[in-house]
Design a protein around this ligand. Structure first.
Ligand SMILES: Cc1ncc(COP(=O)(O)O)c(C=O)c1O
Length: 362
């Protein structure tokens, strides 16, 4: 088969284990999944109702222009509709960005412990991935900017970063934007933005007025609790948005997702509740990890990295047998660590109790 050479080096993404798989493999019934940074509270009731109503029109194709959804997003964000593009999760948008910007041997720059899909998507296009070592578990913004050269097409800032949960601070981002050449794209991936409580977190929308080379990516998968629906969006200048809209397929958002997105933006109370609960959960983890003497990374997202000081694959497998699914750090080149999602308080407690038992050898 005449498979493109570039594709041969691309490996399938290893997603968090689904509950159904663990049930099947281990014969367990009572399982909690804290592996994929999903919202443990589900979605807003108002969104659920909007989705149920939308089912009545499911025989129709969705509006290929996403008119109502873009209008709702534009009002919400205070930007023009012509600056918004939508897709089946920000994952699709990452791939589309790479298909627009990356030719063979072009380079992207990312943190060495950051979201793997930037790497995969660049490789699919035959691009080269330049990974800059993290500094104290944070993206080394200066190092990333210094690595820019003539072949660089995209610099990826995941903020909060997955899996470390750390942010790029306002002064760092502004410095980066002032020092990255104007023809290099800077993608600011804000998948976990809603969870941030740090006051140094930049409001990036106004930056679109000053910098022409930025794309902001956001998603309904995390705080809005709609991961299974697949809806993400991006904001950029009109030229980039036009190219995005030319490459994104006409039906790369679905009819139910369009209605859900509109309803989700209106339910501010739900979002507030989720953000408060998440903050409580993060603090609970910190307190318990301190008690257990475990090192962890303070997170601005809905997950925390914790250093078990043991073989993470072993701890991961023992947790699975106790019905708790997390993500082993080895997957992210952080052996010994686990990435655990902030669940409901009951789920967080169950994780801590199970981890404590395993560390005691039980
Ligand atoms: C940093 C980051 N960006 C993007 C995504 C993709 O999210 P989705 O495709 O569900 O919008 C994720 C998912 O985990 C993520 O962690």
């Amino acid at each position: 088969m005449k498979i493109r050479e570039a594709i041969k080096g691309v490996r399938p993404y290893q997603a968090g284990k689904p509950i159904s798989e663990v049930k099947r493999q281990l014969g367990l019934d009572d399982i909690i999944k804290l592996a994929s940074n999903e919202n443990p509270y589900g979605c807003s009731e108002k969104v659920r109702q909007a989705m149920i109503s939308a089912v009545d029109s499911i025989n129709l194709y969705p509006d290929a222009s996403n008119y109502e959804l873009k209008k709702a997003l534009a009002d919400y964000l205070g930007v023009k509709t012509s600056m918004i593009f939508c897709g089946t999760g920000s994952d699709l948008l990452i791939r589309v960005l790479c298909s627009i910007f990356i030719d063979k041997d072009d380079e992207i720059i990312m943190g060495d412990i950051s979201f793997q899909r930037y790497e995969d998507s660049a490789k699919i296009m035959g691009g080269k991935v330049v990974k800059i070592k993290m500094k104290n578990h944070r993206l080394d913004v200066e190092g990333m900017v210094n690595a820019v050269n003539d072949r660089t097409k995209i610099v990826w800032f995941a903020t909060p970063n997955n899996p470390t949960g750390t942010i790029v601070k306002k002064d760092e981002l502004l410095w980066a934007l002032d020092n990255i050449p104007k023809d290099v794209l800077v993608v600011i991936d804000e998948a976990y933005k809603e969870y941030v409580t740090d006051e140094d977190y930049p409001d990036t929308i106004p930056l679109l007025n000053k910098y022409n080379n930025i794309v902001i990516l956001r998603t309904f998968s995390k705080a809005y609790g709609l991961a299974g629906l697949r809806l993400g969006y991006g904001i950029a200048n009109e030229e980039i948005t036009q190219y995005m809209n030319s490459v994104i397929g006409p039906f790369d958002t679905n009819l139910i997702a369009q209605e859900a997105g509109i309803a989700a933006l209106k339910d501010e109370e739900f979002l507030k509740f989720i953000v408060e609960k998440n903050d409580e959960g993060r603090k609970y983890y910190y307190k318990e990890f301190d008690r257990l003497g475990l090192n962890y990374i303070e997170s601005q997202a809905n997950f925390v990295m914790v250093d078990t000081g043991k073989d993470d694959m072993d701890v991961f497998n023992k947790l699975l047998r106790k019905g708790v699914i997390v993500r082993p750090g080895s997957l992210f080149d952080m052996p010994g660590w686990l990435r655990v999602t902030v669940g409901t308080m009951e789920q967080c407690q169950r994780f801590v109790k199970s981890l404590e038992e395993i560390l005691r050898g039980e």
